[in-house]
Design a protein around this ligand. Structure first.
Ligand code: FE2
Length: 367
């Protein structure tokens, strides 16, 4: 630890998606991604204007929310951005204090602190704005023993538990506009005392055609659980994949959420069986990979069969793979990651990966 942690965060509390049809999205996350349905709030529990389903796997909690009427702010969000991430909610011990610190240090108010109560206790919530229309809710749940938040009712179904081995949120990546990366990394440094972990410039992340820049900020003065890489487009011969995202999302927003597993081979096998689609990795990637990453414990044939990518840094290695976009628009996708000592983000895979993304951009006619 180099500095005092001015903004204590326990971890990611939940990630809320605004979607067109939360009832059906909940099935996708269960049947496709291995989540379990745990809670519900909506017209059936006395909240007439929106319907939310909460799904959970390991410590990962997603809230899927849709509006019930067309002129609702949630419907407008979906109309503009397509299905997307609204809220990267952070678990704190004192939501009011977190909120006040953030505002005093330059954040904008999304909503003021308020406390909700039911038989299981109370939760205090407050939120600040970040890039695009995305927000961070601060969730204080130390006086609550219910399963999610007051107002949500437990909800289960008869689906068999087909967990895919996903455990925690590893990192959440934002895409922001030209020249905005430094503004938003500075925002996290100033508002939450995060520190810069790594910087990738367009020399690190470019193919023949498209380029991007990225900086990663994290609460490394605290537990280091929160890692927010921020990307911006860079000039290339053709359109950057970040620019494509910004066009389709109609603004800045969350690009991908990395979910950690302790057994990536079992996880990817299960996800593929469930019909989840991943970015294609050319067979040639595996011709030189051992040279680049050295010896690893996993069976290389298995990794090749499942298209899993490998990278090494000074501390160890990591295994990762990226889904195709999971929305209709080429916007949000998931990364599946297993860390074997490595604390980095797979820089050595960028080249193979971006060539794969470009193949898809070309098919969409947006390259
Ligand atoms: Fe990532």
């Amino acid at each position: 630890m180099t500095n005092k942690d001015i903004f204590p965060i326990n971890g990611t509390d939940y990630i809320e998606f605004y979607v067109g049809n939360s009832k059906q999205a909940a099935i996708f996350y269960q049947a496709g991604m291995g989540f379990k349905l745990v809670a519900y709030r909506g017209p059936l529990t006395g909240v007439p204007d929106r319907e939310s389903y909460v799904v959970q796997q390991g410590k990962i909690r997603f809230v899927l929310t849709s509006a019930i009427s067309g002129d609702h702010e949630i419907a407008k969000h979906v109309n503009k951005h397509g299905d997307g991430v609204k809220d990267l909610a952070l678990w704190v011990d004192d939501a009011k204090q977190s909120f006040e610190t953030a505002i005093a240090r330059g954040a904008e108010i999304a909503y003021e602190p308020y406390t909700i109560t039911d038989d299981n206790g109370s939760v205090t919530l407050a939120a600040i704005k970040t890039y695009g229309e995305t927000i961070h809710t601060f969730v204080e749940r130390k006086n609550y023993k219910g399963l999610f938040l007051p107002g949500f009712e437990a909800k289960e179904n008869d689906r068999k538990d087909l967990d895919c081995g996903l455990k925690v949120v590893d990192h959440c990546v934002g895409n922001v506009g030209w020249g905005q990366m430094d503004i938003w990394t500075k925002f996290y440094q100033e508002v939450m005392g995060f520190e810069l972990l790594v910087t990738f410039d367009d020399k690190d992340i470019s193919t023949k055609y498209t380029a991007l820049m990225s900086k990663v900020v994290s609460n490394i003065n605290g537990n280091g659980y929160i890692k927010f890489p921020i990307n911006e487009p860079a000039k290339g011969l053709k359109k950057s994949q970040i620019e494509e995202y910004l066009d389709f999302y109609e603004g800045a927003g969350v690009q991908h959420i990395a979910l950690m597993t302790h057994d990536i081979i079992a996880t990817i096998e299960r996800l593929r069986e469930n019909g989840i689609e991943f970015l294609y990795v050319p067979d040639t990637y595996y011709d030189t990979v051992t040279e680049r990453v050295g010896e690893i414990e996993e069976d290389m044939e298995m990794l090749k069969k499942l298209n899993i990518l490998i990278d090494r840094d000074e501390e160890g290695y990591l295994l990762q793979l990226f889904t195709k976009p999971v929305m209709n628009r080429p916007t949000v996708f998931f990364e599946i990651i297993q860390r074997k000592g490595a604390e980095s983000f797979g820089k050595g895979n960028f080249q193979a990966l971006f060539e794969s993304i470009e193949r898809e951009q070309e098919l969409r006619g947006t390259l």
